[in-house]
Design a protein around this ligand. Structure first.
Ligand SMILES: [Zn+2]
Length: 267
C-alpha cells in the first residue's frame, strides 16, 4: 500500500497537466482531467484522511461505487505537479453524491466541471468498456477554428480529416461540436455526453476541447492530433492552391489500415 500521490496514474496525470500548460492549452485555471481507477489500482493506496461527503444529484448508475482521480476546482495546471495533495484528489462515487477519500487538502474540492466528467464517463462506458479518461483543455487552434468554420459534426470532421493523412486513422469516429454554451452546468454536461455516444472527442465552440480514452496518453493523443489538424487548417484555409486530400484518398487510407470511417462524411 502506498500514498495516493505515488499511484502511477496520479503521477502521469500530474505530468500531463504540466505538459498541457507548456503547450499553452491550460492558462490560469483552465482545463480539468479525470481518470477512473481500476479495482487493482483502488487496492494499491491507503486512506488516512477523514472522508468528506459532497452531495450531487442524478449520479449515473453505472458509476456508483467507482473511484475517480480528478483535478481540483481552481487548480493551475502549471503548478499541479508540485502541489498534488491540494490540486488532485480521489473520490468514491455514491448514489447521492461522492466522498473525497484522498487529496484535496486545504478544503479544496473537485473541478466545477465534475458533473460533466461523470456524465461523460458514463456515456463512454456504455459503448466502450475500456474507457477510463476524460481530458478537457483550451487547445488554441481548434478553438480558433470554431470562429471560422461551420459548427457541424460532419463538416468539421471532414475538414480535420483532410488536414493530415493520419487523422482519419486516429479518430475514424470523428468529432462532435457543440455551439457556445455556459460551462460548468448540467446542460453542457448532458450535451457533451450525448455527443460522446458515437465519438470520443467533443469541441466546445469558442472554449476548447474534450477527449476521452482508455488512458491519459490515449485521450491526450487525440487532442494533439485534432489540434495539429486545426493548426494546419487555420494556417491554410484562406490561401490554398491545391484541392487537399480527396474523399477517394481518405478511403484509400482507411482501406490500407483497415479502418472504418464514420458513415455519412465521405462520398
Ligand atoms: Zn474550459
Amino acid at each position: 500500500m502506498t500514498k495516493y500521490t505515488e499511484l502511477t496514474a496520479v503521477k502521469e496525470l500530474a505530468d500531463l497537466t504540466y505538459t498541457m500548460w507548456q503547450m499553452g492549452w491550460d492558462e490560469k485555471n483552465g482545463g480539468n482531467i479525470s481518470y477512473l481507477l481500476s479495482e487493482k489500482e483502488v487496492k494499491e493506496f491507503y486512506r488516512d484522511q477523514v472522508p468528506r461527503f459532497i452531495e450531487l444529484k442524478n449520479i449515473p448508475s453505472n458509476l456508483i461505487g467507482r473511484y475517480l482521480i480528478i483535478t481540483a476546482s481552481g487548480s493551475n495546471f502549471r503548478l499541479v505537479k508540485d502541489s498534488i495533495e491540494t490540486t488532485v484528489g480521489v473520490i468514491k462515487i455514491k448514489q447521492e453524491g461522492y466522498t473525497i477519500i484522498a487529496g484535496f487538502e486545504n478544503n479544496n474540492q473537485p473541478t466545477s466541471e465534475i458533473y460533466m466528467h461523470l456524465l461523460s464517463h458514463s456515456a463512454r462506458l456504455e459503448v466502450d468498456p475500456t474507457h477510463r479518461v476524460v481530458v478537457h483543455n483550451h487547445a488554441t487552434e481548434i478553438s480558433e477554428m470554431t470562429f471560422v468554420h461551420e459548427l457541424d459534426d460532419k463538416a468539421l470532421t471532414r475538414s480535420l480529416w483532410g488536414m493530415v493523412t493520419e487523422c482519419i486513422i486516429v479518430f475514424p469516429d470523428g468529432v462532435g461540436v457543440l455551439p457556445w454554451m455556459v460551462c460548468g452546468n448540467e446542460e453542457i454536461g448532458k450535451a457533451t455526453a450525448k455527443k460522446l455516444t458515437n465519438c470520443r472527442i467533443v469541441i466546445w465552440s469558442h472554449h476548447g476541447i474534450l477527449a476521452t480514452g482508455s488512458s491519459l496518453n490515449d485521450a491526450f493523443g487525440l487532442i494533439e492530433t485534432v489540434n495539429k489538424a486545426a493548426k494546419i487548417y487555420m494556417n491554410t484555409f484562406d490561401k490554398r492552391i491545391t484541392k487537399g486530400i480527396t474523399d477517394k484518398q481518405l478511403l484509400d487510407v482507411c482501406d490500407f489500415f483497415g479502418v472504418t470511417p464514420k458513415k455519412g462524411i465521405l462520398n
